[in-house]
Design a protein around this ligand. Structure first.
Ligand SMILES: [Zn+2]
Length: 367
């Protein structure tokens, strides 16, 4: 079986307009390309093509999500509102989520793409898969879009596997540098999805993703938040996976693992202040592959979220694809040695303390 890869040109046509990073331009702020532009995604796909790895992957065609797939998570009112705005001139889906005409259909194809890739992994059509979709999804909540996200792609795909494909337990590992608040909200009171978010402490959305957010009711203990201090590098991420993520997966015994894959914890990302690099993402991918092999027949899906450095994202993406597929290309990440040489890449004491604090009681709650 090959590794699956999914993308579509329409993902690149979702129009976020102009901004200064993601802030509204005006008379005192010169308009620039919005941070969540097609550029990083297009360059990741282009590097994959140039590297030759595409030839060894099974390309999965995205199918647009159905209305009932979307409304397992989102409210009818929100979906209708987005559709109306998209048919007109676009607008903002809620908070910091600008979109242009036609973005409703593109968002349906984005959520549908993650579903298509999830079904390909679930049915063993492919060994594992990466869905390079846009717009991203992990910040979107039931009745409003947030943080560039219109529909909760990963939550919607997990809900479909649970509702229609006989899955009993899905684990979501969110390594985007921002908190996976939308996915967390989707499964807050449910125990059929284990949600683990590793993110920069109190970055976005403000005030969410703290260690005491652990779910409620039937979902108590099935949400795990690991807020890491700014400046965390590969040492802190690998320790988080060794100490919390992998043991939690082992305790939970999922039927499949879905990763919210943002590369904005990269060392030169404009929206994050972490120090990850392509080698770090490669290692984390292998740790998740090992866990998936042990727990669920290798069933692992990655769905693209953030990542705003056009120079770094493509190399992180290629490293993950090489690891997932076992195919090595001739492409060498020109920034890897530089970033690996940054001071304090190794686990620092204050980072270890933050990981210990996040770990307190979480594994016991899953027993
Ligand atoms: Zn992000």
């Amino acid at each position: 079986m090959k590794t699956g890869f999914l993308t579509h040109e329409l993902y690149m046509w979702h129009d976020t307009g102009t901004a200064s990073l993601y802030l509204q331009p005006g008379l005192t702020v010169e308009p620039d390309e919005h941070a969540e532009s097609p550029k990083t995604k297009r360059r990741m796909r282009n590097l994959m093509e140039v590297s030759g790895i595409m030839d060894d992957l099974e390309l999965i065609k995205p199918v647009a999500a159905q209305h009932k797939d979307i409304t397992r998570f989102h409210t009818e009112d929100y979906v209708a509102r987005l559709q109306k705005m998209s048919n007109d001139r676009g607008g903002d889906a809620g908070e910091l989520t600008p979109f242009g005409p036609g973005s409703f259909e593109i968002a349906m194809l984005s959520a549908g793409g993650v579903i298509s890739a999830a079904e390909a992994v679930w049915s063993r059509q492919v060994k594992n898969a990466y869905a390079l979709v846009r717009p991203p999804g992990h910040h979107a909540e039931a009745d409003w879009g947030r943080g560039f996200c219109m529909f909760g792609n990963v939550a919607i795909a997990a809900m479909k596997l649970l509702a229609q494909h006989g899955a009993k337990r899905i684990a979501v590992v969110d390594w985007d540098v921002h908190h996976g608040n939308g996915t967390q909200s989707a499964f807050w009171d449910r125990d059929d999805v284990l949600m683990i978010s590793i993110h920069q402490d109190d970055l976005y959305p403000k005030g969410t993703g703290h260690i005491d957010e652990r779910g409620e009711g039937a979902g108590e203990g099935y949400t795990i938040n690991v807020p890491l201090p700014p400046g965390s590098g590969t040492g802190a991420y690998e320790q988080t996976f060794r100490q919390i993520v992998v043991p939690a997966l082992e305790a939970y015994q999922p039927d499949m693992i879905i990763v919210s894959s943002g590369f904005d914890a990269g060392a030169v990302d404009p929206l994050g202040r972490m120090m990850m690099h392509s080698g770090g993402y490669r290692t984390l991918t292998q740790m998740l592959m090992d866990a998936a092999d042990k727990l669920c027949g290798g069933k692992l899906l990655m769905a693209h979220e953030g990542g705003y450095s056009p120079n770094l994202v493509p190399y992180c993406g290629l490293a993950v694809m090489e690891q997932l597929s076992g195919v090595t290309t001739d492409i060498v990440d020109p920034m890897l040695d530089i970033m690996a040489g940054y001071g304090q890449q190794a686990l620092q004491q204050h980072q270890a303390a933050a990981i210990d604090a996040a770990c307190k009681g979480v594994l016991e709650a899953l027993q």
